[in-house]
Design a protein around this ligand. Structure first.
Ligand SMILES: Nc1ncnc2c1ncn2[C@@H]1O[C@H](COP(=O)(O)OP(=O)(O)OP(=O)(O)O)[C@@H](O)[C@H]1O
Length: 578
């Protein structure tokens, strides 16, 4: 099953690569001519040694040299052009897959984040780098290598066999290099990613690390992860370095051996001195792709690893089917037999839940920690798919809207509000590059964030950057609420919306809920605190993933004597807020 998915992902990658098939053929054709023109050097040597030096004709030397300059010029042009074509092939491959890989990374990370998924875009870049690297050009050159060997055989079979023997040893070394390096390079890659992920996590939580005196411990952990990566890297470099040195030495030796054998054959009158020099140059040309592949093996390995990881990622996260655009729904939400299993878990966090939300209603979802409230929020916003049962928005299953459209219909305020680099307006407008100012201000006013934002140094244009413009938890939550309300969603799902709000914030939230209700929209509030359910008409009580009660708020509360008393006694219920 797993490998079927990987095969599907690999097929998708190949499909994209195939789009540049015409260009690959062009590069292959250019490579043929470039390789034929590489015979220019040896042929020139042959002529200079055997003809010019023999005849002493300066005119011949000049004519030959002019011809060589021209041929080298053409060869350089062909080489340059095929390099440009391959750069475009790589860029096109990346551009064609950017969106798909980006979506897959985000979709998979929303459900089951892991280090491998994090590296999705870096994997795509690694494949693109391999496609544009000289080593891929060497792959185009390799098929023409026999031309060079054939030419050496023409000079003398003994020289030919020496060249073929040497080349075979070099290819053997390259293959051994690949076998030995594969494991340690893959391990170095994985360990490096783990160390990178750990340092990212420490940086994001730097405040906590600093405040709790965890810096030493965090460093020790990171160093351990980094140490593993370094150890593998050093091993890989050691092995790679040994092979590189071996090939370099062997190549130099082979070239001298060719000259030595050539000289002996000249002495035996079996060959001309020109052929001796030309044979040595030809050998260098023939072995160049092998040596290049060996030197650039890390790029090849990383590219191959990237390809394998991308195949796995794209196989696991299928292409989203395009959906027929449905009209803007009414705020009616119906859940039937809804069962949700958190990704990677075996046990359901919601078990066969049923409830209905009508337009103009606010429904409070209450229950102890781990009851399944956030799970319900994630399901209603389409992040976690139901394992059984259904959720329908105005009669259509949530997945029929497509995630982007669903996000516009159902606003979401998560428990932990995270803002992105950009202006406050862009954040409220959900990172839209052209925020609709009127909509931004409307949402901010509804979330009672307008005045607070105006007091910031640049108002709505205040840049939020990691480390700069520190907003308080309550300010973040209000901006998060404005973001949830942006563009008039028909339903908003608020997960612990007042956990960071002060009295004014809580009152503003209740005001926003009343406004939503008055405009026939509906609100779901996952809550611990009584103040949050003040405006709710209905209550859904969850415990251990099961529905314990659902109905009008007062009825449900009356049925829950203990909770009822607790909430009745809270100042929030008697008109105030916590
Ligand atoms: N990302 C996750 N991966 C695996 N299991 C999860 C994940 N998130 C929640 N769960 C599990 O699902 C169950 C319900 O958790 P959920 O977060 O929905 O509870 P909650 O009612 O929102 O709790 P709280 O009030 O503390 O936020 C818990 O048993 C929890 O372990």
């Amino acid at each position: 099953m797993q490998s079927d998915l990987v095969k599907r992902g690999a097929a998708e990658l190949r499909q994209v690569r195939k789009r540049s098939r015409g260009l690959y053929w062009a590069v292959a054709l250019f490579s043929l001519f470039a390789n034929l023109l590489m015979l220019t050097g040896p042929l020139y040597m042959l002529q200079v040694y055997d003809r010019v030096l023999g005849s002493g004709s300066e005119e011949t030397l000049i004519a030959l040299s002019v011809l060589v300059v021209f041929l080298y010029g053409v060869m350089g042009l062909l080489d340059y052009t095929r390099g440009r074509i391959m750069a475009r092939v790589g860029a096109r491959f990346q551009a064609d897959l950017d969106r798909r890989v980006f979506d897959a990374v985000v979709r998979k990370s929303a459900v089951a984040p892991d280090i491998k998924t994090n590296a999705g875009l870096a994997d795509l870049e690694a494949v693109q780098r391999l496609m544009t690297s000289p080593v891929l050009m060497a792959a185009f050159d390799a098929p023409w290598t026999p031309i060079f060997f054939a030419a050496i055989f023409l000079f003398h079979p003994m020289l030919g066999w020496l060249a073929v023997g040497g080349a075979l040893v070099l290819v053997g070394i390259t293959a051994a290099n690949q076998l030995l390096l594969r494991e340690s390079q893959a391990e170095a890659g994985v360990a490096g990613q783990a160390a990178g992920a750990m340092s990212d996590q420490i940086r994001v939580e730097a405040e906590m690390v600093q405040a709790m005196g965890m810096r030493d411990a965090a460093f020790t952990r990171w160093q351990k992860a980094r140490g593993r990566a370094l150890e593998q890297q050093v091993r890989a470099t050691d092995v790679g370095g040994t092979f590189t040195a071996m090939t370099k030495t062997l190549r130099l030796f082979l070239q001298s051996a060719m000259l030595g054998l050539g000289a002996w054959l000249v002495l035996q009158n079996q060959m001309t001195p020109g052929a001796m020099i030309a044979g040595s140059i030809l050998l260098g040309r023939a072995l160049a792709p092998v040596e290049l592949a060996l030197n650039q093996w890390p790029i090849v390995q990383r590219g191959r690893l990237g390809w394998a990881n991308l195949a796995e990622l794209l196989g696991a996260v299928g292409i989203e089917p395009s959906r027929t655009t449905l009209p803007k729904p009414k705020a009616r939400l119906t859940a039937k037999g809804l069962t949700v299993v958190p990704p990677g878990e075996k046990q359901a966090a919601l078990k066969s839940i049923a409830f209905q939300v009508e337009p103009g209603q606010a429904v409070g979802v209450i229950g102890p920690s781990g009851a399944g409230k956030s799970t319900l929020a994630r399901t209603l916003t389409g992040v976690w798919p139901p394992a059984g049962g259904s959720v329908r928005l105005d009669g259509a299953a949530l997945e029929h809207y497509g995630t982007e459209t669903l996000g516009r219909h159902i606003g979401y305020l998560p428990q932990r509000v995270q803002l992105f680099d950009g202006t406050i307006a862009e954040n409220i407008a959900r990172l839209s590059p052209n925020p609709d100012d009127a909509k931004v201000v409307k949402a901010a006013k509804m979330a009672a964030a307008h005045e607070m934002i105006l007091e910031l140094p640049q108002g709505y244009d205040t840049q939020i950057r990691a480390g700069q413009v520190r907003l308080s938890g309550g300010q973040m939550q209000r901006i998060g609420l404005a973001r949830a309300l942006y563009d008039d969603p028909v339903i908003v799902v608020l997960d612990e919306p007042n956990s960071n709000l002060d009295n004014i914030g809580s009152q503003a939230l209740n005001h926003a809920i009343r406004q939503m209700k008055a405009s026939e929209r509906s609100v779901l509030i996952m809550a611990h605190r009584p103040a949050a359910i003040q405006e709710c008409d209905m209550l859904l009580v969850l415990d251990g993933g099961m529905r314990m009660a659902f109905g009008p708020k007062d009825e449900v509360l009356a049925g829950m004597v203990k909770n009822h008393r607790e909430i009745k006694q809270s100042p929030a219920h008697s008109g105030g807020v916590t």
